[in-house]
Design a protein around this ligand. Structure first.
Ligand SMILES: N[C@@H](CCC(=O)N[C@@H](CS)C(=O)NCC(=O)O)C(=O)O
Length: 245
């Protein structure tokens, strides 16, 4: 039976599409994959067929048979366990890797996401009111980058010599450092890691779902404007206003 992936070309979506391509690269014989690209700008995440799959109304979602799995970290872990590969050791060594997946989910993703929102999307907020959250999220993002740098040390990948789901989880947020304006370049090992991961053929393919090949690294003006507009409407969060009443 085919796996369904409901996703978009965004950081949390890329984790899953990169994972699929890395599994293929590792020689795993995957079932057919039915990819549905959700247009966040059009609000397709709020439609009934999506909400049935994820009550939280955010991409990505994996559907395997009758089971729907939201949350990118859970999807990485599910796929890694279902299709064994070096991306996650399935013995006690998995505890070298999984804490860094959870670290990304609880720290790097939310903090970079918040920094990005205030930097690019919160257009209707008084700039003076933005100063404090911008400083707070920028400082915390830089602290997390320094933790990442220490954890990397002189290893090529976050958990040692082998590329794992911990690298997949962190890569989409760190690659977007210019868009979120978090200066990772003061940590050359982190920037080198970003380039090393980007050079992987499976990562190239995983970033290309829902995006023309020539826009993987550099969006067209139109796409930039679209992302900005959809980010701003998500940040304005009409659905939140409706759902907390
Ligand atoms: N913790 C979730 C976060 C998912 C998430 O925030 N997805 C964003 C795209 S990167 C989204 O669907 N946003 C749409 C919205 O907030 O309406 C995960 O890792 O899967």
């Amino acid at each position: 039976m085919a796996l369904e992936i409901w996703t978009s070309p965004t950081p949390n979506g890329w984790k899953v599409t990169i994972m699929i391509e890395e599994l293929r690269e590792a020689g795993v014989d995957l079932p057919d994959i039915d990819v549905r690209i959700i247009d966040l700008m059009k609000g397709e995440q709020f439609e009934d067929d999506f909400t049935e799959r994820n009550l939280n109304q955010k991409i990505p979602v994996l559907k395997d048979g009758n089971r729907c799995i939201p949350e990118s970290g859970a999807i990485l872990e599910y796929l890694a366990e279902k299709f064994p590969s070096p991306l996650l050791p399935l013995n006690e060594r998995k505890w070298d890797v999984l804490p860094w997946v959870y670290w990304q989910m609880a720290n790097l993703g939310p903090v970079f996401g918040n920094k990005l929102s205030y930097t690019r999307y919160m257009d209707d907020i008084d700039p003076v009111k933005k100063e404090h959250p911008l400083e707070r999220f920028n400082n915390e993002a830089l602290r997390l980058v320094s933790v990442f740098d220490k954890k990397l040390g002189d290893d090529p990948y976050l958990c040692g010599d082998t590329f794992t789901i911990a690298d997949i989880a962190s890569y989409p947020w760190l690659r977007g450092y210019k868009w979120s304006k978090v200066d990772i370049t003061t940590r050359p090992r982190v920037k080198e890691w970003v380039d090393r991961v980007r050079a992987r053929p499976a990562v190239e393919r995983g970033l290309a779902y829902g995006v023309p090949k020539d826009e993987i690294d550099s969006w067209s003006k139109e796409r930039r404007a679209n992302y900005r507009q959809s980010g701003s409407s998500i940040a304005a969060n009409q659905s939140l206003k409706d759902s907390i009443q």
